[in-house]
Every structure is written in structure tokens, then in C-alpha cells.
Design a binder for this molecule. Sequence first.
Ligand code: GDD
Ligand code: MN
Length: 389
Amino acid sequence: MVGILVKNPNDQISIIIPTYNESQNILNILKSIKNNLPKNISAQAIVVDDNSPDGTGKIVDDYLKNLKKITDYTIEVIHRKTKDGLGSAILKGIQQAKGDMIVVMDSDFSHPPQIIPKLIDSIKKYECDIAVASRYIKGGKIENWSVKRKLISKFATIIAKKGLGIETKDPMSGFFAFKKNIIKELNIDAIGYKILLEILVKTKNITIKEIPYTFQDRELGSSKLGIKTILDYYKSVWKLYRYGKPLEKQEKRSSVKFLSKAARFYTVGASGFAVNYLVSLSFAGGISDMWYLHANVIGIIASITSNFILNKAWTFGDRDFRLKKTISQYGKFAMFSSLGALVQLGMVYLLVDSAEISYPLALILAVMTAAFGNFVLNKKWTFKEKLVS
Ligand code: GDD
Ligand code: MN
């Protein structure tokens, strides 16, 4: 019987190989990948080169000119103009990938091509969505890294796992395979080196399997890991940490939310003192020679205004500055501020005169009480929040 060979769509894979100054490695790795591909699979290798000064991109172009076309293994190069980082290079490659399954790997032989079939197999056999080549599970290891480099990697891994709640043992791996459709709906930022981490954080309900391998430090060329890479890493972790958590949703305990807003309100109040003081002084002598009481009125208005703006935008996170609404809020805020001043005066008088408490202590108690009252009133009436939510 003559069968018709119909290829399962899963049998087309794309392999993304980012390069920057890998002239000594690139052709060898492309050949080694080809030799290690499983049978019955067609692969598209995509080299993403960032205009490497050592001519890596051109080396591949020249190689392709003389290569006779093999249908089951095609190679193409994406030339980017500038070195925009590993993560975005990989993303660029993914966007051009035709395969339903994608493999991402380095070009410097740190990621042994012999592992590729295992990654592909585990996606097919176990029907998982991502297969991660892992240094940190049983059977995996790192060869020839300095203690310092190992520590940096371990530390970064712990941050990712604890900070972002990741269970994968090696979320910092740059060697992994996945089904392309799992990232279809995602908005990938691709800051820094660690695109896998971003995929792990942003995907939901996916299955992940880790395959052990030995990471070998490169023999040729040099690593691009520098201080910028590390800073970018923390920037991306911070961004991922806040991912899907708008300001209000970050803290669920209502008592904590209430207190943290009260703390902001007090902080703003303290800044208001400074504004009041500085504006009053500068109008009564600094920038004009106003009568000191007039200058003080300007100082008070200035501090109420700055308090209002800071509390609106920062304490209560209300960024709706439409004129009518803002003016009406400002009116209430100013009214409560005056009320607060009256409460403060009355309380100081009572405490000092009737309760015989010392003036400094009475002042502190009165300011705290008035500020707290102001906070509660403004929360409820000016910014229309539930008192405790
Ligand atoms: N296009 C492009 N643009 N490629 C880049 C860039 C860039 O800005 N920076 C690095 N590369 C390429 C390199 O040419 C290499 O193929 C690969 O990305 C990894 O870069 P290395 O500089 O060799 O990285 P490393 O060995 O120090 O760091 C690795 O460590 C991780 C494990 O901790 C990365 O390779 C990760 O993939 C790996 O998971
Ligand atoms: Mn490397």
C-alpha cells in the first residue's frame, strides 16, 4: 500500500538562535543542530543577529549562498540594526517563526543541541506546553562557571521563584521549547535576557516539564552578561511583579489599605507644612515685600492646593482631573481643611487650659486628631471611597 505522507502540523518546528559576535560559533552550531534533529521533522532555523561587529550575520548570509537547499532544514537570518538585547531578539525571531513548536537556544554551545529532541519529544509525548532544559533539577548541572557566576545565577533564580511565585526550578533558562499558540494572546515586553520568565508569569493554566541538561560555559567568543543585563533583569522582575495587579488590587487586607492611605495622607500633610512655610516666607521678603499676614494667606492657599493635588493623585489614586469634578473636590477639600484647623484650635485650647497638658504634647495630639478627621472626611466625601474597603 502506498501511503501519503501527511505531516502533522506539530512536526514543523522553528529554532530561534540569537547571535551577537558569534562568528566562531554560528556555522558550527547550525550544523550541529541539523545533525541532532529528530527524523520526520522539518525545521526552520532563524538566526537573529544584531549587526554583530565581527560579521556573524554576513558569515551566515555567505554560507547560505553556497548551500544547496535542503527542504527539511531551512536557515534564515534576521538582521537587526542595533544590539537591542537578547529578549527582544528572541521575540523578533518568534514573530517570524512558521512552526507550531518553537525552540529557543544560545549559539555558543552552552545549550547542547543533543537536548533538542528531548524537548520536542516531551511536548509531544507528555502533551505539555513548555519544555524547559533545566540546570537545577536532578541530572542537570553547570560546567566551568566561576563561583561568582553561579552565585549570581542562584540569587537571581531565588528572586524569580519567591518574588513571582514561580515553581519551575530553572525559570532563568535560555534553552526551552514551547507551543507557539500559548503566547498568541500575550503582550510580551522582552526586557532584558529572560524571556522564559516572562512567559511563565504571563501564561495561565499551562503544563511545564523540565528536562535536565549540562550547561557548558562557552569555549569561543565571550559572554555578554554585564551590569546592564543584571539591572535589566531586576527591572523586568519588578515589572512582572506588578503585572496584572493594578494599584488598588495589590493589597487585599482592608486594614492595611486603610492604614497605608492614612500614612500617605499624613505624609502629604507634612509636605504641606513645608510648602506653607516656604511660600509664606518668600512672599514676605524673598520675592515680594508683602505684609506678612497676606503672605501667610498665600502660603496657606498654596499648601491646601498642593495637599489637594497630592492626595487626589497619590493617596487616593484618582487621576480624573476633569475641571468640574476637580473644582468640586477642591472645594470640599478646602472646607474640610478649614474645619480641621478649627478642630485643632479648639482641641489645643481644651487640652492646655482644662486638661493642663503641656502645649507641645497638646499640639501633637490636636494635629493628629484633626488630620485623622480630615482623612476620614475626605476619603468618604471628597473622593467617594468606602471608609474601609
Ligand atoms: N541578537 C542578540 N542581541 N543576541 C544576543 C544579545 C543581543 O543583544 N546578547 C546576547 N546574545 C546572544 C549571544 O550571542 C548568545 O548566543 C546568547 O545570546 C547568550 O548570550 P551569552 O552572553 O553567551 O549569555 P550567557 O552565557 O552569559 O548567559 C546565559 O545564561 C543563561 C543561564 O543563566 C544566556 O545564554 C541564557 O540563555 C541562559 O539561560
Ligand atoms: Mn553563553
